[in-house]
Design a protein around this ligand. Sequence first.
Ligand code: BDP
Length: 627
Amino acid sequence: MAAECLPPSLLILGLAVSVVCAGSLYPRDSESRVVKTLDGIWDFRADYSNSRNDSFQHSWWSQPLSASGDVMPMPVPSSYNDIYNDKALRDFVGWVWYETQFFVPSDWRDQRVVLRLGSAHYYAVVWVNGQEVMRHDGGHLPFEGEVNSAVNFNGPNRLTVAVNNTLLATTLPPGSLSFHGGAKYPPHYFVQNVQMDFFNYAGIHRHVHLYVTPRVYVDDVTITTSINGNNGEVNYTITLGGSSGDSPPGVEISVEDRDGNTVTSHPVTSLTGTVEVNNARFWWPWTMKPSDPGYMYTLKVNVSTGDVYRQMFGIRTVQATDSQLLINSKPFYCLGVAKHEDADIRGKGLDYPLIARDFVMIKWLGANCFRTSHYPYSEEMMDQADQQGVVVIDESPAVGIKKAENFGAVSLSHHKDVMTELVQRDKNRPSVVMWSVANEPSSNMQQAEPYFKDVIQHTRQLDPTRPITFATMHAASDDRVVQFVDVISINRYYGWYTDTGHTEVIQGHLSDDLKSWRNKHHDKPILITEYGADTIAGMHEEPSFVFTEEYQTDFMSEYHKTFDTYRAQYLVGEMVWNFADFMTVEGVRRVVGNRKGVLTRQRQPKAAGHLLRARYLKVANTTWHTT
Ligand code: BDP
């Protein structure tokens, strides 16, 4: 099993989920490692039984899935919800089953063979040839396990994955089930209630990889950096996995620049230490250093037992002061977008064209940062943020912690586990300048205070180098959690959810709001993490009216005036809600999804996209943010 195995968790729909294993290093080919993808079109079947548990009672994993009943083709990665014209499957709640076949080269037999899933939403149980190899609790983060004892090196292997999307009081995000009885409802009727404003897309969302390493292998690499004049200091810690008997294996560390040239002057042989890079090229957001954004180095780790692993990193520092966010000691102003990962057909399934398009449009907008609202995004997306110099506020899936029952000990322990997995996955990314532990919890409730104190302390212990925040919807007067964070992040909807249609009240309300936060916490800068208005692309009305493109631009322009007043003071950024339209549950407040995008769901601009682009390019060009 992987190094990171976490404690027991929940009972869901009849199954005890007992072991959670977090994947750590991204699987990369090297001289010693081979990575195989198991992506493709797999067999798929949902368990529609009344208890949603027949599949476990009849051990669907023990024989080919097709022996249990009819299977259908299902792409991996993807969300299963929007592929078929089947409302029952789109809105399905419970266990779905995936199966594929794979081969393992026979010369992998004496090495360590690892199976890794980039993410499966929400619970997953994995079998190889009918033998259970791992379970994972929570979507959006990777998990892996060694599978040598389960795989067959001389013939086909059957991989079965069961995934359950049920959200309960202790999951992240939390949710609940309502069971309806009586003659007015169909028999055994129940629905999933969610506490967040996006569709609960589910399935195997990211790559499934099989990879091989030597028996003694690089298990983890942690890199932090500091800047000393023109030089970069690279502090590293290597953890090895596997046992090599009495004599500890030797390691050799070197740093390579983007062109593959070794920049360390002499071989370094310790598992932990500091390497100096002279005349280093620092990692800059693309608007601060347009000529050379996102500069990445590689730390090459060579173990005497044969394993070679390359970890990319950037040399940069980040710091939150009482009124600024500093990157490499220079003030950074976030010209941002809050995002979602979904798009047509694939739901939240990893999709390279979509990742590429999102970065094209982030840059077209002139944006230099985004928040991974409201869950960790794919590693492939995060790689692009690193390499293209786009700053990221990395958010956990803790959205909608609203009710007293969401603040219990099980929730707290799971939340801390999730933060551990998130920091473990993204700790070496220069693009990540801040952790966001939650979005819009009931931070006004008494229970929130000890709960978030603990989550934030835990996150700080995991990573003392980055500021911490969470996005609050509460006012300075009733919030109890902001006291623990470094940056105040606020989501605001003046002129939309309150004073609907009245753009003339926005400046007064927002100004007052910012001042009240400043009065209460004069030691922390403020970031606007959401403001936005639903807009149906192509709908027009002059003078403006809610839901039209004119209203969205009028509304945003009022916010921008206030941002410009406070930008020179303690406001460190603005993030429009949202980068693009996204899917939600059906509801009377949503017209086939949330339409607050400045882009459509197909990533084409509304009028507000053009407005934002004009603003962001101008602000980037007229302030100290550009070198
Ligand atoms: C905020 C939430 C976000 C919603 C948004 C909205 O953080 O997830 O989508 O409101 O209502 O409260 O559009």
